[in-house]
Design a protein around this ligand. Structure first.
Ligand code: T3D
Length: 260
């Protein structure tokens, strides 16, 4: 076991998790998975945390599976590795009670790219890039990639990216709607911090329900999506955050949201 692979820092209500294996571009080892999932669980369980940022140490964000980690070999059963580590990771991110920002500081490849795309908001530095590296080693996109890619950029671009395995620069990723925003390298840290702070001051529960409703509506008829909206608003309408939001608006003061 080497030194910790996940650095944890908290500033205000923002929890930052930094993937910390820079010499191997923060690729996923069994140890890193074993530390990342509990770190996300801890953030989810801590009522003081209202936004999570995931980022990478050094020049990369995450190069996906560490292809040299013997502990990830899965006895030759790659599916077992996916079920053991990547499925819980993707599900954890998609069900967090607070918004999760992927701050993509450098190259994001394979499951590293799709881990980022699982997050609610992806902000990338201009020098970062996204690579669906799977085809180059005879695999298909995982960590949610098959579901996410066509929904984010459409079938044609999804297939182009996944089959070619070509590097997509961050600026182009923003242009085609794969990510939220590409920002200049020298403004990256400040922009991520400002966004995380802003989201941490918003109604967490409503943001998590927004994610859930948008994802669910993808597979629904229009009328069913309207029903889901009514049901969700009914629940949120009973919450303290809705009362606070309206009261603050009418009193012309900033709201203080507490629900999670
Ligand atoms: O069990 C299973 O495998 C199933 C799970 C699958 C999920 C997946 O994620 S599959 C996809 C795995 N990832 C890849 O195939 C990406 C491999 N990496 C690359 O193609 C390149 O490293 C990059 C394009 C990401 C970056 O290229 P570059 O030129 O900027 O850096 P580099 O020199 O290739 O890498 C720097 C170091 O990181 C290097 O180590 P060294 O030579 O300095 O000691 C390199 O070996 C190491 N590294 C990068 N990616 C990985 C890695 N080591 C292990 N595994 C990696 N994925």
């Amino acid at each position: 076991m080497s030194e910790t692979t996940i650095l944890v820092a908290t500033e205000g209500a923002v929890r930052t998790l930094t993937l910390n294996r820079p010499a191997a571009l923060n690729s996923f080892t069994a140890q890193m998975h074993g530390e990342l999932l509990p770190a996300l669980d801890a953030a989810a369980a801590d009522p003081a945390v209202r936004a999570v940022v995931v980022t990478g140490a050094g020049r990369g964000f995450c190069a996906g599976q560490d292809l040299a980690d013997p502990a990830m070999a899965g006895n030759g059963d790659v599916g077992a590795v996916i079920e053991r580590w990547y499925r819980p990771l993707a599900m954890r991110v998609r069900t967090m009670p607070v918004p999760v920002i992927a701050a993509v500081n450098g190259v994001a490849a394979g499951a590293g790219a799709n881990f980022a795309l699982c997050c609610d908001v992806v902000v990338a530095a201009k020098s970062a890039s996204f690579i669906q590296a799977f085809s180059k080693i005879g695999l298909v996109p995982d960590c949610g990639g098959t579901w996410l890619l066509p929904r984010l950029v459409g079938r044609a671009r999804a297939l182009g990216l996944a089959m070619s395995g070509d590097k997509l620069p961050a600026e182009e990723a923003e242009r085609i709607g794969l990510i939220w925003q590409c920002v200049p390298d020298d403004r990256f840290a400040a922009e991520v911090s400002a966004l995380a702070t802003k989201l941490s001051q918003m109604p967490s529960r409503a943001l998590a329900e927004t994610r859930r409703a948008l994802d669910a509506a993808m597979a629904m008829e229009f009328a069913d999506a309207l029903t889901l909206e009514a049901d969700t608003q009914r629940e949120l309408g009973r919450g303290a955050d809705f009362a606070e939001g309206v009261a603050a608006f009418l009193a012309k003061r900033p709201p203080v949201f507490r629900d999670r």
